[in-house]
Write a protein that binds this ligand. Sequence first.
Ligand code: MG
Length: 340
Amino acid sequence: MTISYHKYNLQLIHPFGIANSQRTFTPVVFIEIHFRNLVGYGEASLPPYLPETQDSVISFLQKIDLSTFNHPIEINHILDYVNNLQTNNIAAKAAVDIALHDLLGKFFNKPWHKLYNCNLLKMPATSITIGIDKLSVIEQKVNEAKEFSILKVKLDANNPTEIINCIRQITTKPICVDANQAWANKEMALDIIEWLSTQNVIFIEQPMPKSMDKETAWLKQKNILPIIADESFQTIADIEKMAESFNGINIKLMKCGGMREAYKIIEHAKQLKLKVLIGCMNESSCANLAAAQLAPLANWVDLDGPFMINNNPFENPALENGKIMLNENPGLGLNKLGNF
Ligand code: MG
């Protein structure tokens, strides 16, 4: 087996605003793992607020020597070897995990949702993200989201009611709220959440800073809307303590290291009675369809990455009634359109 990689910038259709930042593109690294006549594709997404960069991913990949492994069926050994090469480098490790899953699925000639024994009838609809912006732009984005049945709305502490009121003049669709840690005062957060609970809101993601999980536990105990951990939850090592402060967790392949780890986390979350949201960074169809293979096991899905970019090198996932429709093609079901 051999590995190759390509730097790429995903161009965003609209500049993407969350609490404290805005950007127009997201750097990624695509990788290919070759075995006989098969190719498995992987992707590392590298939003600027995370520590990894295209160069750090490539320097990690250059340390990987797959020549001692004969077959992708050794996936667990290979992933253990990759994990042990160096700490951190989670997005780079996720790219390798995703490519190996794609490759192995192709070798078995089966899609991963089948290998996971997922019931596709249980696929939740995916939300589409409406970032923080001027109200006129938010209005435009909501109008453009016709294909989607759930909105994921980013809010900060400045004008949350104004943004929700603006959206509610256009649509009654359910809304998931993501505050990206912006509400640093628990009484203020409670006031906003109480009001949001009258606005057909499904859950609140990361209302408070990750350093304030104790205060978040106080919010959870008020039992008004489910509180979901994103920034507070990275890997399986965090999961036990999540159950104290949150009702659920947002699992992203780029945070946890890939499909193998995400599957383990889902199993563990169910034991702890934590709800599962499967989310993404800005990603092409590659990392997105990898996560979507597991999505029928989740309570909620936020896999909108490919729908927010205009230079996806793979075919966009099919959507029906706001749900990602997984195909029966082997591996991740990717259809590559052009060069990286
Ligand atoms: Mg989030």
